[in-house]
Unconditional design. Structure first.
Length: 376
């Protein structure tokens, strides 16, 4: 775009010069030429803006300065000096915009690096599981928001987390980072899923205390979460099912996508556990659900940014119906369809952060070059 504007402005200055030459002497076009440097400062590159300002000044100085017999010499001096001031102002503005753009670029690169350190890029692969997914932040230009996820290969098998921090956008990063850090640590040193969840709750509690001590009580949040455990060593090579355990901390229930198009819910116990941050309200621990997942089925988990996305008519997103129609698609294509359809349903602008994970059994005989292995 900058190159096109640059060419248009050069042509514009040329036309001003031609019109100024053929028009009566009392018709002055320099005021119209002064528009070019200002436009260049806003829309062109820094070097192009300098060139436009120089061309404009030289053109006007040549037209109105090389007239020694001009009876209105004062007007001539004012015209040349005025164009000089405008050229200088345009160059100064262009420099300020150039420095601003460089600063924004540095901030964007730094922000992206920090956000990628918080949430690693999908898909992620462990010894027996591949997890792919999508993530859409409700905050413009942000890569992450109030939803979190992680996949880890540990001595106790693969552990998978998906969570949703109360609130949305970048304001939730502190609580989300606290839960993620606790999960990453506990996954390697807590043999049971229940104890790992307890460690996550403790991590969130410590963060809340720290925020309160810094007079940031507004950042005290609860987190809904699903924590999965898959022990690959228990699989049989010709097994028809995969044993999975999971703990529901007040989260949206996970679904099973069967190859024949059926969508079933992995129902939590009768009383689902409370969100992280609220566990102290009850004495009994959160229950662990053990299920046998058909080997050809995929586990789908998402945050309420998906299930509660509203259309123009106020209707919630029909997730199960959509997944049923895409059940035969490969995971990457299913997720692409889901993202496009979700954004279309919400009119192109989601009101809440949205995340979804699809967990499936990895092929035992191959690991494509593009797959990322999970740290373990």
């Amino acid at each position: 775009m900058a190159n096109s504007v640059f060419i248009v402005l050069l042509v514009y200055i040329g036309l001003i010069v031609v019109v100024d030459q053929v028009a009566p002497r009392d018709v002055r076009m320099d005021m119209y030429a002064a528009v070019a440097p200002i436009v260049a400062a806003a829309l062109c590159t820094y070097r192009q803006a300098i060139l436009i300002a120089a061309v404009d000044f030289l053109a006007m100085a040549t037209l109105h300065g090389a007239e020694p017999d001009d009876p209105q010499a004062l007007n001539t001096i004012a015209t040349v000096f005025g164009n000089l001031l405008l050229a200088g102002a345009a160059i100064t503005l262009a420099r300020l915009l150039y420095e601003r753009d460089k600063l924004l670029t540095r901030l964007r690169v730094t922000g992206e690096a920090a956000q990628r350190a918080l949430l690693r890029q999908l898909p992620l692969r462990s010894r027996g599981v591949v997890v792919d997914g999508l993530y859409v932040s409700s905050q413009r230009d942000a890569l992450v928001g109030g939803d979190i996820y992680e996949v880890l290969e540990t001595p106790y098998g693969t552990r998978v987390l998906i969570g949703d921090v109360q609130g949305k956008g970048l304001r939730t990063l502190g609580a989300g980072a606290a839960v993620l850090t606790a999960f990453r640590e506990a996954a390697f040193y807590r043999p049971s899923l229940e104890s790992a969840v307890d460690a996550m709750e403790s991590g969130l509690w410590r963060y809340a205390r720290s925020a309160a001590d810094e007079s940031e009580g507004a950042d005290e949040r609860f987190v809904t979460a699903l924590v999965f455990g898959v022990e690959e060593d228990t699989w049989m090579p010709d097994g028809t099912s995969v044993p999975i355990v999971f703990v529901d901390c007040g989260h949206v229930a996970p679904l099973l996508i069967h190859g024949d198009g059926r969508i079933t819910e992995l129902a939590p116990p009768d009383e689902a556990g409370l969100p992280l941050g609220l566990g102290q309200l009850v004495e009994r621990p959160r229950a662990v659900q053990r299920v046998a997942v058909p080997a050809e089925a995929r586990v789908f988990a998402c945050t309420d940014g998906v299930t509660e996305a509203r259309g123009a008519d106020g209707a919630f997103y029909p997730l199960a119906d959509r997944l049923s129609g895409w059940a035969e698609l490969p995971t990457s294509e299913l997720l692409a369809r889901l993202r496009a359809d979700l954004e279309a349903h919400a009119g192109g602008r989601l009101q809440d952060d949205a995340a979804a994970l699809v967990m499936e059994r990895a092929a035992a005989d191959s690991a494509p070059d593009g797959d990322r292995r999970v740290s373990g």
